[in-house]
Design a protein around this ligand. Structure first.
Ligand code: ZN
Ligand code: ZN
Length: 696
């Protein structure tokens, strides 16, 4: 085990977490794989008394966001605004203690990126090169990676993107796609040679190699091995520019219409987020201490897919720039899976964090099990059964039980006041033992073995439970009050030790223990010392954690597996409003591709029943027959049709519309109608056709 040296108390620590890409919402794998470990570590650094700043932010540029926004008919800013808020709320709810959570779309970041680039350029680490890229003559634009789709040359999948086939995961160049097409208009592109900028990683190779080898033995082998793998392959110049609009503009003549490739600008976000933090605290130069002074250490927490970026490209950029500190430690984490498979939003497989606040379980309960699952060395797996067992058998029965039994005993037998302790050698030994566990925890923490460190907290509550049990204070309390008092004095101090050491992992519970003890939060140096004095009056005492019953697990599973259609929000409401507006202003309509159109399943249907809907004077409830299947649809036609006149009518419906609940009634499709001013006219057919006929 190698411990990174943190001896000099002047040293300060910057902790970063990989900036999440905001075209999606976080699931538990993202939390256990970067935000939570980074937070635990940052909280520990603060607890140990180091000047610590923990920064993060959202990575908002790049083709995927520009393409998603285009498909939804909104601007990239509207899309990232929505997701930024969703992300920020989730991290706050989970008590991820970011000192600043920034955005790469902010001005400060654009400015920082351009200055960073300029320095790298001036120092001779940037060259021009030519790429052969698809160009759409209809849209008059280059089509970088996701802007072009076609058939995968490997597996034949028809939706392969210009950078990768999602079906077989093969990395692709756009010119490898068979029958490529523009994702905006569907026409086939021509190929053009386009000038781009490249970072000369080849010139940085020997410097990087030296730096990586110096960190061998400090970083995890899996991190060093990935990095050295890249070095052994030989580093080549890497393209840093893109032909899209959404991003940081390149400040170089001849490249004004390009932006930086997102891999180049995103890590600079660490610097701009620190700058933003410094401004917010009213000391605008404070960030320099962390990034430029020698007595600072930078810790990056990232997922394994990000290892090359943080051990090769990003340090390469820093070396090329020359102004900033290199990372001290790159903690590359593996993946958390879910019940035997990869977490997948499209397959609705996993726990999706936007649901956690509704689940009715405190954030520490999630943090508890997710800490046990931090994929430090190998991939790990969420299992509901194990979650229930660990909570009940360890969190409740061990730690929770020790604290509650100690404090309620003091409440019931000593009027809620911590008794005097006359400690014998064996009692001091218990305190000393707690101190030893704490020292072990510290060593493990600095080496980023957070799960093993967490075990030490439970080792202390274990010691406490055994001590309480073998000393039987309930027997002594009547005859030998002194002895019972001493045992409870020691136990109260162990509760305080637990609160201190628990605080990086489960901050709310740690605060709650201190609150019940009636003391402010302690520091690392308090552990193993009789910090809780005789005469200390306790506050209200209550169990810390709920037990989880089978039906709780069932309910939690249902709520947290829910996939929120954030993008549908744009489609249904915002986008409709905007389109209406655009229509009125006579501006361009949003185009749909033929593939998008094909996804709608239009069918003929016969209306079987119609009835008014309570408290909704515009809506009718319709029972319809679609080729022998009966469905219920809610339609806004009450003011335009009599109920009786509708029965037997053949109409056109969208059969595969996501079911919705409208005024408490399910609606399993949509009846199509033409709308002019105040007139609504249902679409129907002009020949006799079978119900359920396809409409194309
Ligand atoms: Zn493929
Ligand atoms: Zn096009």
């Amino acid at each position: 085990m190698t411990v990174i040296c943190i001896k000099d108390s002047k040293e300060r620590i910057l902790v970063t977490c990989a900036l999440p890409y905001v075209n999606n919402v976080p699931h538990i794998g993202n939390i256990a794989g970067s935000h939570l470990p980074a937070d635990i570590f940052a909280r520990f650094c603060r607890l140990a008394g180091y000047e610590t700043v923990f920064i993060g932010g959202s990575d908002e540029h790049g083709t995927p966001i520009e393409v998603s926004a285009k498909k939804l008919g909104v601007s990239p800013k509207e899309l990232t605004d929505l997701y930024y808020d969703v992300h920020k709320k989730i991290y706050e709810w989970l008590d991820i203690s970011y000192d600043n959570f920034s955005r790469t779309s902010l001005k400060e970041h654009h400015k920082t990126t351009r200055e960073f680039f300029q320095k790298v350029y001036d120092r001779g680490f940037i060259t021009e090169g030519i790429l052969r890229l698809p160009y759409c003559e209809h849209d008059r634009r280059v089509l970088p990676d996701r802007y072009v789709e076609g058939t995968c040359p490997k597996c034949g999948y028809d939706g392969a993107r210009g950078d990768q086939c999602e079906s077989c995961s093969t990395l692709l160049n756009p010119d490898e796609l068979k029958s490529p097409r523009c994702v905006i208009c569907g026409s086939s592109p021509v190929f053009k040679e386009v000038k781009h900028l490249f970072l000369n990683l080849d010139k940085l190779e020997s410097g990087l190699e030296k730096w990586i080898k110096k960190n061998k033995g400090v970083w995890r082998p899996q991190v060093v091995n990935v990095a050295l793998g890249w070095i052994n392959e030989g580093l080549k110049p890497r393209c840093i520019t893109r032909d899209i609009k959404w991003g940081v503009k390149v400040p170089l003549e001849g490249f004004e219409d390009r932006v930086f490739y997102v891999w180049f600008d995103a890590p600079i976000g660490y610097i701009s987020s620190t700058k933003e933090w410094a401004k917010k605290i009213g000391k605008p130069d404070e960030w320099k201490k962390f990034w430029k002074e020698k007595d600072s250490k930078i810790f990056h927490f990232i997922g394994k897919d990000n290892i090359p970026f943080h051990t090769i490209f990003w340090p390469g950029m820093l070396m090329a720039n020359g102004e900033y500190n290199l990372p001290s430690r790159v903690a590359g984490l593996q993946y958390l899976n879910y019940e035997g498979d990869k977490i997948s939003k499209s397959r609705k497989w996993g726990i999706f964090c936007e649901n956690l606040p509704e689940a009715g379980l405190g954030s520490d309960m999630w943090r508890y099990y997710l800490t046990l699952l931090i994929p430090e060395i190998n991939d790990t797996q969420w299992k509901w059964k194990e979650f229930q067992e660990r909570v009940n058998n360890e969190l409740v029965a061990n730690l929770g039980n020790f604290v509650y039994r100690t404090l309620s005993f003091i409440k019931n037998n000593f009027d809620g006041v911590v008794p005097e302790g006359k400690l014998l050698e064996e009692d001091w030994e218990v305190m000393e033992n707690s101190k030893k566990k704490s020292s072990k925890l510290e060593v493990l923490m600095w080496d980023i073995h957070l799960r093993d460190a967490f075990r030490k907290v439970f080792a202390i509550s274990d010691i406490g439970n055994k001590y309480f049990q073998s000393n039987e204070p309930w027997k002594h309390v009547k005859e030998q009050e002194d002895r019972a008092g001493t045992v409870l004095f020691v136990c109260a101090n162990l509760c305080h030790d637990i609160a201190v050491l628990l605080s990086p992992f489960m901050p709310k519970s740690a605060r709650e223990i201190c609150n019940q003890l009636g003391v402010p939060p302690g520091s690392l140096g308090d552990v193993g010392t009789p910090k809780i004095k005789p005469g200390q009056r306790l506050n209200e005492v209550a169990p810390l954690f709920p037990k989880l019953k089978d039906e709780d697990i069932k309910r939690l599973k249902k709520i947290t597996g829910n996939v929120t259609g954030y993008e549908d929000m744009f489609k249904k409401e915002d986008k409709k409003e905007k389109e209406d507006k655009r229509g009125k202003e006579g501006k361009e309509k949003v185009r749909v591709t033929f593939d998008e159109f094909k996804r709608f399943d239009f069918k003929t249907a016969v209306i079987l029943e119609a009835s008014a809907l309570k408290n909704a004077d515009k809506l009718l409830k319709l029972k319809i027959d679609v080729g022998g299947r009966e469905k219920q649809v809610i339609a806004g036609i009450a003011k335009h049709y009599d109920v009786e006149g509708l029965i037997g009518k053949t109409v056109v419906v969208i059969d595969n519309l996501e079911p919705a609940v409208i005024r408490g009634e399910k609606s399993e499709g949509m009846v199509l109608a033409a709308v002019t001013g105040d007139t609504i006219s249902l679409l129907t057919v002009d020949k006799d056709v079978k119900s359920g006929s396809k409409v194309t």
